[in-house]
Design a protein around this ligand. Structure first.
Ligand code: HEM
Ligand SMILES: [Ca+2]
Length: 571
């Protein structure tokens, strides 16, 4: 350290790696699951076997993101060891550990394998995002980590949630939500709810921060089966439940003292070093229609008919709906189970999102049929890839030409060089630009759109008249859209609805449907999307609002009083 160099002994590095692996194997694999979490505590979410890759020999399901996240947790443990061994503080750790290679240690196997790209380069995008950037072939690939606009701030420097500036504990997220987040609010006068639904649709193209799961896909229990907090010695290390107190409407309704929260999967840095917890994106980072086509070739194949370039669909009463996951047909009602299949498994999060997904499924098949009529000699593969290429271009064009100007304003579009040319081709491609989505965007910034969500949803018939008897509240239909199979016109009506209904404006007000009743199902009280987002930001090590003010060129404030121009007094 004295002359600017840190002399690290090979034995220390190897010891840290070995010990990290052992600790992770104990903490995050089946061993702890068995000893700590007795069967009654495992959350028994019904999961359809959607999109699981299966090992041909053993028949076990393989999920690359699960395996990687457990390896990455070993690296996190190893990094904590090394930090201690070398006596580093948090700032030193973040600088130094990412320069220490994992090569030639026990953890070397966690580093990503070299990818060979097709030569000559394919005309079509890969499914997993690899080989898009021909210099950095892994950039933007699914199952790689988010990048960061500002360095992570973890309590222990490596992986624990961000503490308050003075090092103490931050306030309970649910209490913050209860104190400053009001219900509903004014509706917008100049945009439609499609801004919300399409926004969620593109979110599910470019980000997917999955919750941690064990190797078998089951989740640790972060509350007990009665909705109560678990004693600390029974709480899995990947759990960060939010405590509910007396006086909270949800506590009063259900007696629950615990809102479940599981930490996100973390991933291995492409440079294969020790370092801090960095969260994993299990979708391709590119805006490439992966929510339609899947983020890898196996998923994509499972969605295709293999005939005439078409995507699988289910014909119900002359309307195209989604294919149903095999084994899912006979699930009991209202199980919060995803039975429709698409490229992203959140497609049933709410029925309006499902409707936008459906629009693009139908659009793909419409284009494939037209291409077939124009080019009868094209085989399934060419028809599929050409239709996919056109749909991705449409998705990108709508996003940059129509969506972003509404969200950002036309001046920002101009200042940021985001305006599309009206003829010819763009020339701005730069292979030095890392296309990865930033953690700050996924865990915090874009979630601002949650305040635009409407709690009541209108369905419109083909004459654009509201169908009052079929309209619904959001919480009736979270992860429930496949129950609407018997009402195949529902999605068409929902799609007309989002093109006419106004969203709520972007502000500090959120509908109770997501701030109290999130994923309520048959329970007496639900989750709070605002509290969860606050907790998520902290556990991803996202710095505070004040730090981002500075990052965005605004002055950092010293007191709440200085924020009076930006927030209402009571907030
Ligand atoms: C009814 C509508 C919606 C519901 C119920 C909903 C719900 C959720 C939930 C439960 C999460 C995960 C929270 C966590 O565990 O951290 C989430 C994440 C997120 N949501 Fe929404 N959301 C909705 C609409 C939207 C919209 C309209 C946008 C943007 C336009 C959006 C952007 C995001 C983003 C960026 C994330 C983080 C995604 C990730 O990192 O994987 N959401 N949302
Ligand atoms: Ca994508």
């Amino acid at each position: 350290k004295e002359n600017g160099f840190l002399d690290i002994a090979v034995e220390d590095v190897q010891w840290a790696a070995e010990n990290g692996l052992q600790r992770a194997q104990y903490k995050y694999t089946i061993e702890l699951e068995n000893s700590l979490l007795s069967e009654k505590l495992i959350e028994n979410k019904i999961k359809c076997p959607a999109h699981r890759k299966v090992d041909k020999k053993s028949g076990a399901s393989i999920d690359e993101s699960i395996q990687q996240s457990i390896q990455a947790l070993a690296i996190v443990e190893a990094s904590k060891n090394l930090m201690q061994r070398l006596n580093l503080n948090a700032a030193e750790a973040s600088q130094i550990l990412t320069k220490v290679s994992l090569k030639n240690t026990t953890l070397e196997g966690a580093c990503s394998e070299t990818i060979t790209c097709p030569s000559p380069a394919s005309k079509y995008r890969s499914f997993d995002g690899s080989c898009n950037n021909l210099v950095q072939v892994n950039w933007g690939r699914r199952n790689t980590i988010y990048r960061r606009l500002l360095p992570a701030q973890y309590g222990n420097g490596i992986d624990s949630p961000r503490p308050a500036t003075d090092g103490g504990e931050l306030l309970n997220p649910r209490n913050i939500s209860l104190a400053i987040i009001g219900d509903d609010g004014p509706t917008s006068t100049d945009i439609t709810l499609l801004i919300t639904s399409f926004g969620q649709f593109i979110t599910h193209d470019i980000t997917n921060s999955d919750d941690f799961t064990f190797e078998n896909g089951s989740s640790p229990a972060c509350c007990d089966s009665q909705g109560q907090l678990l004693p600390p010695n029974e709480l899995h290390p990947q759990c960060l439940p939010i405590e509910l107190y007396e006086g909270d409407a949800n506590f009063n309704a259900s007696g629950d003292t615990c809102m479940s929260f599981t930490r996100s999967k973390v991933g291995v840095d492409l440079s294969c070093t020790f370092g801090l917890a960095e969260q994993l994106n299990s979708n391709t980072h590119y805006l490439d229609g992966s929510q339609i086509y899947g983020s890898d070739a196996d998923i994509s194949n499972s969605l295709r008919t293999a005939v005439d370039g078409l995507l699988k669909s289910l014909d119900v009463g002359g309307r195209q709906l989604f294919p149903i996951t095999p084994g899912c047909e006979n699930l009991p009602k209202r199980e919060l189970a995803v039975c429709f299949q698409a490229g992203d498994n959140r497609l049933e999060e709410n029925p309006q999102l499902t409707a936008v997904h459906l629009l693009f499924l139908r659009e793909h098949n419409r284009i494939a049929k037209e291409l077939k009529a124009l080019n009868p000699q094209w085989n399934d593969e060419i028809l599929f890839q050409e239709a996919r290429r056109i749909v991705i271009a449409q998705l990108q064009h709508i996003t940059y030409n129509e969506y972003l100007p509404v969200i950002l304003g036309s001046q920002v579009m101009v200042d940021s060089g985001l305006v599309l040319p009206t003829s010819g081709y763009g020339t701005g491609y730069d292979s030095n630009v890392d296309p990865s989505i930033s953690n700050d965007f996924a865990a915090a910034a874009f979630r601002v759109m949650h305040s635009t969500i409407q709690g009541t949803i209108s369905l419109l018939n083909s004459a654009d008249e509201e169908e009052m008897e079929r309209s619904f509240t959001l919480s009736q239909y979270f992860f429930n859209a496949s129950q609407l199979l018997k009402d195949p016109g529902f999605f068409d009506s929902a799609l007309r609805g989002v093109t006419k209904q106004p969203p709520e404006v972007i502000d500090g007000l959120y509908t109770d449907e997501v701030a109290d009743n999130l994923f309520i199902g048959q329970k007496k009280s639900g989750g709070d999307l605002v509290a969860i987002a606050i907790q998520r930001g902290r556990e991803h090590g996202i710095p505070s609002y004040n730090e981002f003010r500075e990052f965005c060129g605004m002055p950092k404030v010293q007191s709440f009083d200085e924020l009076i121009d930006e927030f209402v007094q009571e907030v």
